[in-house]
Write a protein that binds this ligand. Structure first.
Ligand code: EPZ
Length: 427
């Protein structure tokens, strides 16, 4: 199994190209199921989860062609063609490795009238239920049945009908499933307390390009007028705000100066404000966002919450950076019930962190010491890389397949700005 080896203590300086957003790509890919015409997505990140989703689409009978790499850039385009849908079943073998597979449920029911998707089950950070996804589809007339670890959803013979969905809590995935299904449901659908993450707006923009009619894009109230069919389109995946935020933390933890090429400030105001609170200087430039260490790291109180507040996907990375702040920080994770798996690993590197339920108290220390550590989930693994970049000596991050799910060309991007980092096989 691959591992990443980092020799820390180097100040990072230079330009980091930000890739297309994983969490946008994973909801844009299933949009292809909504039409019998080709959908082309550009600026797709080359990530394990995106490859995995491509294979899932193939399982469903969707043809996918990679437009190959344009010379001199890591742009990659995929054209998906769901002219006919060969299967409406997403098998356990695929879903268990990639829980975002659940996002084929809404499109399949809307287009093909039925779907059978393995229940995704939990993961390291929480049990990740899908009850809100199912309730939303029931509000559009779908019949839901759970059996033998699968969810079966069936539309009435005349197809889905518009409905009024009020989410009791904000759910990104459930909003995405509801939105995609509503575009082909007869009549009007109102979605209240919808997630407002930028990836949802990116999904709406793609659906509108395919002929969907959606009002309230970017707000918590979305109104969709269903259409009898959508058509093909070309859509560029938005830049990855969490990847950009992660590299901003790399600048902070190494006392560096990085230009995050292509990052969009509007997607990440809460992150940028917290970086400034941590003592970094943040400036918007024509081609991205510049993040520069500007004196010692400052402690802070931070709580995760749905967009536009501070994102849960940045909690582990900020925690790594704050282990070296001058003072005590208090972090509260309000979204997932078990998103502190990085804490014991950071502690092995000398961090001083106490967890009480959903709250972590991070007492700044003078230095971290390199050590062999274990990645447990995607963002936790990035927090260990960040700690390794600042630690004295060598850090080996094991189980880097977690990293490969969400960070494209990680070692290349970090080496290019001065990190001493390499990937080693086996062991
Ligand atoms: C998306 O997951 C992201 N994944 C996650 O990113 C992100 O952390 C999360 O949104 C929150 O922003 C993708 O977009 C592929 P939710 P999702 O539904 O949709 C509860 C990463 O690191 N809930 O917004 O699964 C749930 O348990 C990943 O890139 C229900 O109770 O998240 C959680 O407590 C990790 N019932 C809360 O809602 C449901 O039916 C928010 O989850 C659905 C969710």
């Amino acid at each position: 199994m691959d591992r990443i080896i980092i020799r820390g203590g180097r100040r990072l300086e230079g330009r980091v190209p930000v890739s297309g957003a994983k969490n946008a790509a994973l909801t844009l890919l299933p949009c292809a199921l909504l039409t019998d015409q080709p959908l082309t997505l550009t600026n797709l990140p080359r990530l394990a989860d995106v490859e995995g989703f491509g294979h899932l689409m193939n399982e469903l009978g969707v043809s996918t062609t990679i437009a190959g790499l344009r010379s001199g850039s890591n742009l990659r385009a995929m054209t998906l063609d769901a002219n006919t849908i060969g299967s409406t079943t997403a098998p356990y073998e695929i879903v268990r490795r990639m829980r975002a597979s659940i996002l084929v449920l809404g499109p399949l029911v809307a287009r093909a009238g039925e779907a059978t998707v393995s229940l995704p089950g939990g993961c390291a950070i929480g049990n990740r239920p899908i009850d809100l996804h199912l309730k939303a589809l029931e509000a559009l007339g779908a019949e839901i049945e759970l059996a033998a670890g699968y969810v079966r959803a069936k539309a009435p013979s005349g197809g889905l009908t518009g409905g009024h969905i009020i989410f009791p809590i904000v759910s990104v995935g459930a909003t995405e499933n509801a939105l995609m299904a509503a575009t082909l449901a007869r009549g009007e659908t109102v979605i209240e307390n919808a997630a407002r993450e930028p990836e949802i707006a990116d999904l709406c923009r793609c659906l509108v390009a395919m002929g969907a009619e959606i009002e309230g894009i970017g707000t918590e109230r979305l109104v969709v007028q269903g259409k009898s069919a959508l058509h093909g389109a070309e859509h560029r995946v938005m830049p990855d705000r969490i990847e950009a935020g992660s590299y901003a933390c790399a600048a902070g933890i190494t006392g560096g100066d990085l230009l995050l090429e292509g990052a969009r400030a509007d997607d990440m105001h809460a992150i940028l404000v917290s970086l400034t609170d941590a003592g970094l200087s943040v400036t918007e430039e024509a081609d991205g966002i510049r993040v520069k260490a500007d004196g010692p790291l400052r402690p802070m109180t931070l709580s995760t919450a749905p967009f536009p507040a501070f994102p849960t996907d940045m909690q582990a990375q900020f925690m790594a950076m704050l282990t070296l702040a001058q003072g005590t920080s208090v972090l509260t994770e309000t979204i997932f019930e078990n998103r502190y798996m990085h804490v014991p690993e950071l502690a092995r590197m000398g961090a001083d962190i106490q967890v009480h339920g959903r709250t972590a108290i991070v007492k700044g220390v003078d230095r971290l010491l390199g050590a062999p550590v274990m990645a447990t989930d995607l963002r936790a693994s990035m927090s260990l890389v960040l700690a390794g970049l600042a630690a004295e000596g060598e850090t080996q991050v094991h189980r880097v397949y977690h990293l490969d799910r969400g960070y494209e060309l990680l070692e290349d991007k970090l080496s290019a700005v001065g990190a001493d980092i390499e990937r080693a096989g086996g062991g």
